[in-house]
Design a protein around this ligand. Structure first.
Ligand code: SF4
Ligand code: SF4
Length: 381
């Protein structure tokens, strides 16, 4: 699709939605876009499907049956974030659309329930809409994580996307300062969010804010206030992995807050959540940090499969590839000795990372009541 076609389509879409907005009744205007509604049934279907798969995997098949497919669709990015693990990649060998179509079809057959598409910057792929459509058509609850720059240009992905995360670590230039000083990123992100609030009413919109020494707590509080004012959701991802990679290309460790500092930050953020700020991290997650815990038994590789842009499946412990499915069926990889060993080794992992959903998911896997209660609260609100 050419840019001019895209822009014309966007103008037509604007006009149509302006017309629609004129017939919205006053009671609809006041309602939060995040209020519970029946369209969330799709999400519950996937959540229950995931729980069923996990139970089957634990108690019946006794082999790892992950149900979250995490796909780095490209390693190219227009940002240059201080804490990025991935920006040194060139993106020359990103999988083709046809290979992705084959893999997503197999993911459906293997029981995956949801996928997250990330990068690099996923919206830099011209075919991102087709990729999202493929995920959606295969019944996957589809999430996209973006840095926000291309939200208006490459907007059609939203038609097939259930949930979007867009990065925002601070307001204004403070956000841009840690993202390679990409001028205009903040304004473009805000405009893009407003665009999708208007044009993509079905899509849940999250701001993803990285808690790292790059920003003091005051900056994070400002982001939470902005999310509340804009009626969008906030997920805090913590730069804390206990990992220290040896290649000298990863300065994320230096940006990690200490356990004491994280405890103070999350005490404040928990109070804000209790006061009604739209913070979507679970209390289970927040309490772990507040109580300065530094170990939990992780089961993340049994729950999520991470595929790099060239089809490599990655081990989370060292981010090294151990299998490649560019030319190999996903099902064959999942049943291989290498995969089963990798997934089962997670229980020996001492890294206890909290930068993703591993902590919450592992609590659910172990059927811990606090995790179930805390995550169920989020699911139904
Ligand atoms: S936007 Fe994401 S992929 Fe791009 S440089 Fe920043 S952290 Fe890395
Ligand atoms: S703690 Fe879990 S998610 Fe983190 S590296 Fe270890 S097994 Fe992977």
């Amino acid at each position: 699709m050419t840019n001019s076609t895209l822009i014309n389509d966007k103008e037509v879409l604007d006009q149509e939605l302006d017309q629609e907005s004129k017939i919205i009744t006053p009671c609809q205007v006041d309602k939060s876009r995040n209020s519970f509604n029946l369209s969330r049934a799709r999400y519950f279907g996937h959540l229950l499907g995931g729980i069923k798969t996990a139970l089957y995997s634990r108690f019946i098949s006794k082999r790892p049956r992950p149900f979250t497919f995490s796909h780095m669709v490209t390693s190219i990015c227009n940002c240059d974030c201080d804490f990025c693990y991935w920006k040194h990649s060139q993106g020359k060998d990103d999988l083709s659309l046809s290979a992705i179509k084959r893999i997503y079809k197999e993911a459906k057959q293997e029981g995956y329930m949801n996928c997250i598409l990330w990068g690099g910057e996923p919206l830099m792929r011209d075919d991102i809409t087709e990729i999202c459509k493929t995920a959606h058509d295969n019944g996957l609850y589809t999430k996209v994580a973006t840095n926000g720059w291309f939200l208006e240009e490459n907007y059609e992905f939203a038609k097939y996307t259930d949930l979007m995360f867009t990065s925002l670590d601070a307001l204004g230039e403070k956000h841009e300062s840690t993202r390679g000083n990409l001028k205009g990123l903040y304004e473009r992100t805000l405009k893009g969010i407003e665009f999708h609030k208007k044009h993509s009413p079905h899509m849940r919109i999250y701001v993803c804010c990285t808690v790292s020494k790059a920003h003091p707590i005051e900056d994070i509080i400002e982001v939470a206030e902005l999310c509340k004012d804009m009626d969008i959701l906030l997920y805090l991802t913590v730069n804390k992995s206990n990992q220290c990679f040896e290649k000298g290309e990863d300065n994320s460790k230096e940006l990690e807050y200490s356990a004491d500092e994280l405890s103070d930050i999350f005490k404040k953020l928990k109070e804000m959540k209790q006061q009604g700020y739209p913070i979507r991290n679970s209390y289970y997650f927040m309490d772990y940090l507040i109580e300065k815990k530094n170990y939990y038994e992780c089961h993340w590789p049994r729950i999520a499969t991470v595929m790099y842009s060239n089809g490599d499946l990655l081990r989370c412990y060292d981010r090294q590839p151990f299998l490649n499915i560019a030319d190999k069926p996903l099902g064959e990889a999942l049943r291989s000795k290498e995969f089963i060993e990798m997934a089962n080794q997670c229980t020996d992992c001492k890294l206890a990372c909290v930068g993703n959903y591993a902590l919450d998911a592992s609590g659910l896997w172990k059927i811990e009541w606090q995790a179930i209660k805390s995550i169920a609260e989020i699911a139904i609100t």
